[in-house]
Structures are given as structure tokens and as C-alpha cells.
Design a protein around this ligand. Structure first.
Ligand SMILES: [Zn+2]
Length: 197
């Protein structure tokens, strides 16, 4: 990206943020009632899942793992696990922003995934869009920490999620977000699940 600058030499284990890292005009705190959020134009992240092998024709298989980011210690709620994401740039669509952040932070190629839905968490002065996606048929995604915002980026099996210290807001939304993959779109405000799965 033309406005990128060289990465500052700050390790993810540092508690001091690098001063210049993929900076754009949205990279600022916004006041929201008695708290604040990162992202002048809101923020977005990519929830990327992969499924178990399909057990039968017509059944896509259940979600087995999701890509998680172990957040750098200098970041907000550093040391917790969340999804790749960050502040949206001016006029940037939330899906485009989430895919950009996932490429920058987690080396996820947008060509290897398909977006299923988006879920928007609205605050009075800010919003966070979770882009719900899965690995495209036939594609292989091998995520990796691609910049100093992460201690680690990897596939995390659903069975190990309970043992990881998750980012608070992510932990709250996760069960409903995962249900979307199984056809339950309650969190999206869509039609109720058919109940056939
Ligand atoms: Zn808020």
C-alpha cells in the first residue's frame, strides 16, 4: 500500500506500540460514552472457519477450527486471543477492511476464502463488523503472524477455545457467530434456523 511505512522494530512481546504501522486516517481512538474504541470510522475483523470433511453429500460438515490471533502485548487488551482485524480506513467498506487486515496481519489471501455474512455490533459512536467467512472449496489457508500486531496467528480448534483467554467482546459473541455456520442466523436478525441440522 502506498501509504505504508516501514515497520518499526517493535516486537509483539513489547508493551510499547510501534509508532507507525500500516497507518491510515482511521487509526485513532474514538470516545463512546464512558469508554473508547480504536477506529475513527469503526473497525472490522475476519472470523474465518474451516470445516471437517463433509460426512455426506449435501452436508458441508461442521466447523472444526477458526483462525485466531494472539494479540501483541502492546495492543488494547494485549495478550488475549481474537480475530485478525482493525480500524477501517476512510470510506472503506467493512468487508474490504476486514480482508485487508487479515492479509496484513495473518497472511490470509482473500482469494482463498468466501464471505458468508456480516454481523455489526453497534455502539453510540462506533461499530464493529465481524465478517463471517470460511475457506473456499478446494483452497488451503495457512495463517501466520505477518506483522508485529500478533504474538501468533493460527488455526484454533473449537474444542480448545475454552482454554484460551479470549478478547471479551469476541468471547461474548462467539457462540452466536459460530451458529451462523450451522445455519442459525439469529445473531444476524435473519430468518430462524430450519432446525434440520
Ligand atoms: Zn462503545
Amino acid at each position: 500500500m502506498p501509504d505504508d511505512v516501514p515497520l518499526a522494530p517493535v516486537a509483539p512481546t513489547s508493551h510499547t506500540p510501534p509508532p507507525l504501522l500500516h497507518r491510515h486516517a482511521g487509526d485513532a481512538w474514538v470516545a463512546c460514552g464512558d469508554h473508547r474504541h480504536w477506529g475513527l470510522f469503526g473497525a472490522a475483523g475476519l472470523l474465518l472457519a474451516r470445516r471437517e470433511p463433509a460426512p455426506a453429500d449435501g452436508d458441508p460438515g461442521r466447523v472444526a477450527a477458526v483462525v485466531l490471533q494472539h494479540r501483541a502485548l502492546w495492543s488494547d487488551q494485549g495478550g488475549t486471543w481474537g480475530i485478525p482485524g482493525g480500524a477501517l480506513a476512510p470510506h472503506e467498506d467493512a468487508v474490504a477492511g476486514a480482508l485487508r487486515e487479515a492479509a496484513e496481519e495473518a497472511a490470509v489471501d482473500p482469494a482463498d476464502i468466501q464471505v458468508l455474512a456480516t454481523y455489526v455490533l453497534e455502539h453510540p459512536a462506533w461499530s464493529y463488523t465481524t465478517v463471517i467467512a470460511e475457506v473456499a472449496p478446494g483452497a488451503v489457508v495457512e495463517p501466520a503472524a505477518a506483522d508485529p500486531e500478533s504474538l501468533e496467528v493460527r488455526w484454533a480448534g473449537l474444542t480448545e477455545l475454552g482454554a484460551l483467554p479470549l478478547l471479551g467482546a469476541f468471547a461474548d459473541a462467539l457462540p452466536a457467530l459460530l451458529a451462523v455456520y450451522e445455519g442459525d442466523t439469529t445473531i444476524l436478525g435473519g430468518p430462524p434456523s430450519s432446525g434440520t441440522r
